[in-house]
Design a protein. Structure first.
Length: 278
């Protein structure tokens, strides 16, 4: 084979590869969560949980592994007439379901507004892993979302809202995308917190399917969030409005960074207000 033909074939191969989306390429990679790290985190977290009950759900993607979740029932009084539903909470990259900044205030304070919370352990990798490393784990994350919904249904919950922060939002949106925006029939709303954060020079694998959503959406973020989250805010709002649900909204938490450090009460109050409008 002459050199010119070899060169032409090589160029053609590169062009073909460049036409494959980042998402498709990443998902073709076989990857699994760092289960040993998850187990270590579970041991550390379980002893620290004072509010709610630690449970373990079967990880169907990893036979023999059970992932942690924290279930906290809603407070109720005569005016509440029982719990209003449940919020399924998905944490950000590399964290856990009792994460003190963005997750703990939401999972422990929303029950006071009549909403049960179930905070899931999402798949994690080693600490140095970046956004692109996590994309191949999205299908495993989707299975955990399904497991969380199934658990809540078995507990008699009829209305579920998914609340996802940071990388958890990427995972949740991938789950939505694969359902073509229809969601599970029990899911009545979606809350994305700090949506759009990735890593330096790592673009989102695919755009969020916000324009296809069939349920109300709350897009909440801090005015000191990461540049990508702030930069895409206008586009997210445009897509949310395109979906056409009048209960959808975009809320900015003043003074809050991507992790809502020191702003747990404020973000929880904003989320509770929106939830109670559903």
């Amino acid at each position: 084979m002459n050199k010119n033909l070899i060169k032409a074939l090589f160029i053609s191969m590169l062009l073909a590869l460049s036409s494959v989306s980042v998402n498709a390429f990443a998902k073709a990679v076989v990857a699994k969560a760092d289960l040993e790290r998850e187990k270590r985190m579970a041991i550390e977290v379980e002893d620290a949980v004072l509010d709610g009950e630690v449970i373990f759900l079967e990880d169907t993607a990893n036979e023999g592994h059970a992932f942690m979740a924290i279930d906290m029932e809603a407070e109720s009084d005569k005016s509440d007439k029982g719990q209003k539903g449940a919020v399924l909470i998905l944490h950000g990259r590399g964290f856990h379901p009792n994460w003190e900044d963005a997750i703990y205030p939401l999972r422990t304070q929303l029950p006071a507004s009549g909403w049960r919370t179930l905070s899931l352990q999402m798949p994690v990798l080693e600490k140095s892993a970046k956004y692109y490393d996590y994309v191949p784990l999205f299908p495993q994350a989707a299975e955990r979302i399904d497991m969380g919904i199934t658990y809540l249904k078995k507990q008699g919950v009829k209305k579920i809202v998914i609340l996802a922060h940071s990388c958890g939002a990427h995972m949740a949106m991938d789950w939505v995308r694969n359902q073509k925006g229809l969601l599970d029939e029990s899911v009545i709303g979606y809350i994305g917190a700090g949506m759009g954060a990735t890593d330096y020079k790592q673009k989102m694998a695919e755009p969020f399917p916000l324009a296809e959503m069939k349920v109300p959406v709350l897009d909440i973020y801090g005015d000191k969030d990461y540049p990508a989250v702030l930069r895409m805010a206008e586009g997210r709002l445009t897509d949310i409005k395109m979906a056409g649900d009048p209960k959808s909204a975009q809320v900015i938490v003043p003074g809050a960074d991507h992790y809502f450090k020191g702003k747990g009460n404020e973000v929880t109050a904003a989320v509770a207000t929106w939830l109670n409008s559903l």
